[in-house]
Each structure stands twice: as C-alpha cells, then as structure tokens.
Write a new protein. Structure first.
Length: 276
C-alpha cells in the first residue's frame, strides 16, 4: 500500500500521475477493483481532491515495482532517462527527487516514451533551459503514423493554439489570434500497408506539436486518443500513441560544453504492428 497527501486542489488522475508513476500505470484497474481510498473512503472514479486529502493505493508489490524509466546517462550535472509510456514527467521528477536533487528542463507527454533530460543542480538547469529555448538541443522522434503522406519527406509550417479547457491544441494553416508558429520536419522511413514509420525533428517545441501537426495533414500518430484515427487505433489495438523521443544531441556553452558532440539514443523502438 502507498499513501500520499494532496498539497493542492486537483483530481485523482492528475494527482496519481504526479506523485506515483507506478500507480498511474494501473489506476483504471485499481479504481475498478475499488482499491483506492480517499480519506478512508473507497472510490471508483476520478474524484476531485482538496488540499490535505489523504489518498491510499492498495497496490500489489508487482504493481509497485513497475519501472518508470531506465537510466541512459548520468554525471554530476545531468541525468538522461529512457521514460516508459504511461509515466507523467512530473511523477518521474517526483520519484527522482526522492533520491537526490533533480530539476526539470523539458517534458514529454505521458504516453510518449523515450529520452528525457533532467538537471542535477541549478546552474545546469539554467544552462539547459536556455539551450532548449534557443534550439541548441537537437531531438529526433520516431512514430508510427497513418500512411497518408503525399510526400516521403517535408517541412511543415502551421500555427498552434491551445485549448486549455479541453487540454488539447488546434492547428491552423494561417496566423490566428493566440496562435504560435510551428515547424515540423518529417521523413517516412518505412511503409507497411496503412501504417508508416516516420522520423520527426522539431524546429519549434510546442505542446502536442508532433501529434497535432501530423493529424492536421491527415497522418495521425497510431494510438493517439486525442488526435488520432480511432478506427485505425481500434484495428491495431493501439491505446497509447506510438511515439518515441529517440535521440538527443547538445550544443552547449560553459560548464556543460563537454557534452557537445555526444548523441544519446533511446532503447525504445516503435514496432510496426502486424496487419489483421
């Protein structure tokens, strides 16, 4: 059993993502079995939480031991993790902070797996935040997408606007009020029927950029439950977006310049599904 106390108003799902990554893997099953208590009362849904509420998860040892990440690289300044799909960035950070001092410098969507970087001191955090802001961190993603690409490669430009109420974004082909310019470069690496393996590089880094931009051109990421092709997802039994943060390379200044020229690669790879 794991017990946590809410420090602000939130809901059970978001709270679980942030404080207990392993619980996030199996929250639906825990709720179905009524194995979650809030202030001593069993709950079966995504209830609201208030500051001070106590949440108890009646998890098994097997559930508690589910890995949230694998270590790829670590030194006195940075830690690079290979994050599992289903793990919230904030939850992973909370888990790491139980072992020492770690600071976030960017994030990955909950169901995107692969490389994520954390700083281990404030100086490194400042350096990395500036590097991400000025696009001096090169990141490559790979994804399985619906095979509707008109060209085998290209650089896409559009405008992204957040819909805070629905926790989604919308893509426009022209400038709109509140819209931010996005540039997404892609290359189709392999095609198998109605699915394509695609390499993606971001020239801008916006919320849900890859998922929403590819969906906008009719080639959504397989398994994406927000922007995806739901019939195709069902066909392949894909319930999480098949998207991997595959590689990271740095162009850094100052004390972190020793990382320049190094490329770090995720061990995850999006396997093409077998057609029915």
């Amino acid at each position: 059993m794991k017990i946590f106390t809410a420090d602000k108003k939130t809901n059970l799902k978001d709270f679980t993502d942030c404080v207990f990554p392993q619980g996030g893997f199996c929250l639906a099953r825990l709720l179905k079995n009524r194995d979650v208590k809030v202030n001593g009362v069993r709950v079966s849904g995504n209830v609201a939480l208030n500051c001070g509420d106590e949440v108890a998860y009646y998890t098994t040892l097997k559930q508690e031991s589910l890995p949230s990440h694998k270590s790829v690289y670590e030194d006195e300044n940075i830690f690079i993790a290979d994050k599992f799909s289903g793990v919230n960035t904030e939850g992973l950070l909370s888990e790491l902070c139980g072992k020492g001092e770690f600071f976030a410098v960017h994030r990955l969507d909950r169901n995107t797996q692969g490389l994520i970087v954390f700083a281990k001191n404030k100086d490194a955090q400042d350096n990395l935040l500036e590097a991400f802001k000025t696009r001096r961190v090169g990141k490559t993603y790979i994804a399985l997408c619906k095979n509707c690409f008109k060209e085998q490669s290209g650089t896409l430009t559009a405008y992204l606007k957040k819909d805070e109420k629905n926790s989604t974004v919308k893509i426009y082909g022209r400038q709109v009020e509140g819209g931010l310019k996005i540039i997404t470069e892609y290359s189709v690496a392999e095609v198998r029927g109605d699915v394509a393996l695609v390499s993606v590089a971001l020239h801008t880094g916006r919320t849900h950029q890859i998922r929403a931009h590819l969906a906008y051109i009719g080639c959504p990421v397989l398994g994406d439950e927000k922007y995806g092709d739901f019939a195709l997802n069902k066909k392949y039994g894909a319930t999480r977006q098949i998207l991997v943060s595959k590689s990271i390379a740095f162009q850094l200044d100052g004390e972190l310049a020793y990382l320049n020229g190094k490329t770090f690669t995720s061990n995850f790879f999006p396997a093409l599904p077998q057609k029915n």
